[in-house]
Design a protein around this ligand. Sequence first.
Ligand code: MET
Length: 398
Amino acid sequence: MANEEKKIETTVIHGGYDSKNHNGSLTPPLFQTSTFTFETAEQGERRFAGAEDGFIYSRLGNPTVRTLEERIALIEGAEAGLAFGSGMAAVSAVLLALTKSGDHILCSKGVYGCTFGLLELMNEKYNITHSFSNMDSEQAIEDAISFDTKVIYVETPINPTMALIDLELVVKVARKYNVPVVVDNTFSSPYLQQPIKLGCDIVIHSATKYIGGHGDVIAGLVVGKAEFINNVAMTTKKDIGGIISPFDAWLLLRGLKTLPVRMDRHCSNAAKIAELLKQHEGIEELYYPGDPNNPQYEIMKKQMKQAGGLISFTINGGKEEAQRVLNELKLIKIAVSLGDAETLIQHPATMTHAVVPEEERKKMGITDNMIRLSVGLEAWEDIWSDLKQALDVLVLKK
Ligand code: MET
């Protein structure tokens, strides 16, 4: 498709869609239908047998959803894409497609709380084991891989610690052992980081976040090789059925159009806020890959276009003080999720990662005094002034 040669700023708007095929409709039409009619019984038979192209039933495929799937594949530089009803539907469909009882999943040293929950469930119910590694050297990865390892599953930046995984390094080792690398690319968005182009095999997004961008959709996306995507489409997606609604796919197509301009603003706002946070007396430590003093700054430069819109930080104090800071905010909303126009703040230990047992949480680097901030699109001056007055409470208390 000609779209493949275009830059990402163009592909997010035009990829996978030609208005000529849709009565000239500038915007991809919303096919809000559960099923598709067949002209004849024989045509139905041919479609089910795969002998004729065409839609059958919206759980198996839908034209609006298909446009989104083609667009995300073009954006990520992958052969094919698939959409799901949530990020977790995407993660579970991929991990269940890649593993069977007795297999092992090697994970980055931290993952989102519900991904952790899924890994535990797979272990308990299906004897699919997992372990975590900081993956900070070839040796560290090799030491953690076993004969049973069938997937390397990586978040980068990791939720919520903002630690990075060097994708080039992981791919190098994974190739040696012939293990696929799956990347949860949610925190970066496809605008800032394209793991397929770095040699990774499968990319997952919670499209609820930056891709949707407006806090009104729950959705997931997966891209990879056509053979793998077809396999997931015909197995874990079709039979478990975690599909996206056509309307939510339509909203994501709309959100995608502004992804690059939104991301540029998220990133520049976050850079400003990070700089100011670092100087505030109430802050213990800043976790932001765009800080040149961050030990992983070079990895960020190597694999991301910019550092992203998320910042985590620890405050001088514990859980009570962290909650106090959140409660003092007036403009910034206390909510899980990220990547929205609104600046959102949350307390990982009691919210996104509350399901992770305390001991595991500590190993991931999630402490009770950690706060995660998703910097929105408001004027950075207003975001800072709200944050500052809340953090000042910590200083005045001293
Ligand atoms: C149900 S909690 C999480 C929502 C989202 N995955 C986040 O990290 O904010």
